[in-house]
Design a binder for this molecule. Structure first.
Ligand SMILES: C[S@@+](CC[C@H](N)C(=O)[O-])C[C@H]1O[C@@H](n2cnc3c(N)ncnc32)[C@H](O)[C@@H]1O
Length: 275
């Protein structure tokens, strides 16, 4: 008998059928050159939609997505191929001029304009993904060669992502702090923040989308069968995060906006590692 999947880590399967973004509005709030030519880590990448978008449209040098759920990571690798199969020639070459980049969104088209896929997704469904040419042809820092995925508990397994050794310019943590907090308690959350600090280069940026305290109650019901801390044991609140991060060596929080459809309307916060 098939066992029912319980998303005790927020590891929702089909998450992007509920948050179906081609151009993720959370990314659209960020400075346009934030990822350009940068090394990026996406913690809790789920099926890799945000990770792939950063690699393809925001022209990161290298993006690594990590998730605790191996089924999601397999889906993320498929997402990489699907997006690659739909893109037209000369997209994501990373060769946007400085001037054009300032005028445009990361994809080179004005913000909020939906650009149709060059190849319809039905082609990929019918015939499978297009083969990826060797990285020597396009360059290893160009999509899809600039994105990869890892399975692992990034908070508690310090060797889950070998790329961490080299460090990152940007770490993205969208909608994951609640799950880490519920499983690891206040201490686990602090371990997470410290790890983010440690893998960032000085001047590096941490992008956090914290979930509201109100939403912990429902999540607690999902994790109750696992070894999770009850909400009453948690002393830290999401509004305490800026102070904790400040003590770790980040600058003051910069709230770049609040975005998301009903049930997902959350702030996006930016912190810079100062020391
Ligand atoms: C609610 S989803 C958010 C997905 C994505 N970041 C977004 O907002 O579009 C949270 C993700 O974090 C992952 N996750 C939770 N705890 C984790 C951990 N300790 N290490 C790695 N991934 C984790 C879950 O498997 C899940 O895919």
């Amino acid at each position: 008998m098939a066992t029912q999947h319980i998303p005790i880590h927020g590891n929702y399967h089909g998450y992007y059928t509920r948050r179906p973004f081609i151009n993720d509005p959370r990314l659209a709030l960020l400075p346009e050159d934030l990822f350009f030519g940068k090394r990026v880590l996406d913690v809790g990448c789920n099926e890799g939609w945000v990770t792939v978008e950063i690699a393809q449209k925001w022209h990161a040098k290298k993006v690594v997505g990590v998730d605790i759920d191996d089924t999601l990571i397999r889906a993320a690798w498929r997402r990489r191929l699907a997006v690659w199969s739909q893109q037209g020639p000369n997209e994501s070459t990373g060769e946007l001029s400085e001037k054009k980049r300032k005028r445009s969104s990361p994809s080179g088209v004005p913000r909020n304009v939906h650009k149709p896929d060059y190849f319809p997704s039905s082609l990929e469904h019918m015939f499978g993904p297009l083969p990826v040419p060797p990285s020597e042809n396009r360059g290893k820092n160009v999509f899809p060669h600039n994105v990869s995925f890892r399975v692992g508990d990034w908070v508690n397994k310090s060797d889950a992502v070998p790329e961490d050794q080299e460090g990152y310019d940007v770490v993205v943590a969208f909608s994951i702090s609640k799950w880490i907090h519920l499983h690891g308690g206040d201490e686990g959350l602090e371990i997470f923040f410290r790890r983010v600090y440690d893998v960032l280069t000085p001047g590096g940026v941490f992008i956090l989308e914290p979930q509201a305290w109100d939403s912990y109650k429902k999540a607690r019901r999902i994790v109750h069968s696992a070894d999770a801390h009850s909400q009453s044991e948690l002393k830290t609140r999401p509004e305490d995060f800026p102070g904790i991060l400040r003590e770790l060596g980040f600058g003051p929080v910069k709230r770049v906006g609040t975005v998301g459809e009903e049930g997902f309307c959350r702030p996006i916060d930016m912190y810079t590692r100062i020391a």
